[in-house]
Ligand binder design. Sequence first.
Ligand SMILES: Nc1ncnc2c1ncn2[C@@H]1O[C@H](COP(=O)(O)OP(=O)(O)OP(=O)(O)O)[C@@H](O)[C@H]1O
Ligand SMILES: [Mg+2]
Length: 312
Amino acid sequence: MIEVEHLSKQFGPIVAVDDITFKVGKGEIVGLLGPNGAGKTTTMRMLTCFLPATAGSASVAGCDVFRNSIGVRKNVGYMPENNPLYTDMRVEEYLRYRAALKSIPVWDRRKRVAACMDRCAISDVQAQIVGTLSRGYRQRVCLADALLGSPPVLILDEPTSGLDPNQIRETRTLIRDLAREHTVMISSHILPEVEMTCERVLIINRGRIVADDTPGNLSSTLSGDFVEVEVKGPAKEVRAAFEKISGVSEIADMKEGEFNWLEIRVAKDKDVRDDIFRCVVEKKWALREMHRRRASLEEVFATITTGSEKDN
Ligand SMILES: Nc1ncnc2c1ncn2[C@@H]1O[C@H](COP(=O)(O)OP(=O)(O)OP(=O)(O)O)[C@@H](O)[C@H]1O
Ligand SMILES: [Mg+2]
């Protein structure tokens, strides 16, 4: 549904998007995740024909973003960041105006607008002036706008930013619901958000795609697991002994004292628990607790995005 090849965007000397390539299949729900300034919005603006790319190619729903921008716009519901709306209009009036712009036939407009307002839970504010709505409600109006033409592809730029926890939960459910009928791409820098809603995550950092996988695979393959152990023994010796175990890539002290809490980062596909146990027995220390924990997406994200900063 979305195909991007070697797409780049430069703003003068700034390379906002740097040679990205990815595909999003029909019915997928993909999260574009990255820190501030990573290039998420720029990518989305290029995919929705709001911004011309400097190089590369992209197509959405089979329409080329350079040659068939009208086709792209017909097939994409775009919710930009920061909710750009006409603040002097009333909600329903605004949506009907947008429906007209989207060439929804006159006979169908009222029904479509009502259905989208219902879906985004804004029917009760339909007569209110947009400028007087709270931020969360404006966000919903934007989402309703994106849904108006029943486009096969939805591109939503930070759909839950600025919402309260209840609204976040509702929006998440709504997005997951929408994914049944639409191909959805959302951007976010909130990790649990993406972890909970998306089947696939594209991590973008400094304009480059640095990871493309399911949240689960990213957690396990990219950064390995953690083993947390509580050991009674001399802190320095314990640490030195564990460092020698093959597969241990990093040890963080959580707490030192009679009992030491250590968080051991393990290289991917390794399980060092048996070796740790044997080592503790050999040294006649005491093992109080040991468990394996998968790296959270947050840790993966930190590893990837700060790691590549060092490379640059
Ligand atoms: N119109 C513009 N002119 C010059 N630089 C721009 C323009 N738009 C974006 N940039 C730059 O491109 C880079 C990527 O910006 P972008 O808005 O795509 O980031 P983002 O990932 O959406 O970040 P955020 O999480 O803060 O929304 C930034 O360095 C930004 O300053
Ligand atoms: Mg942005």
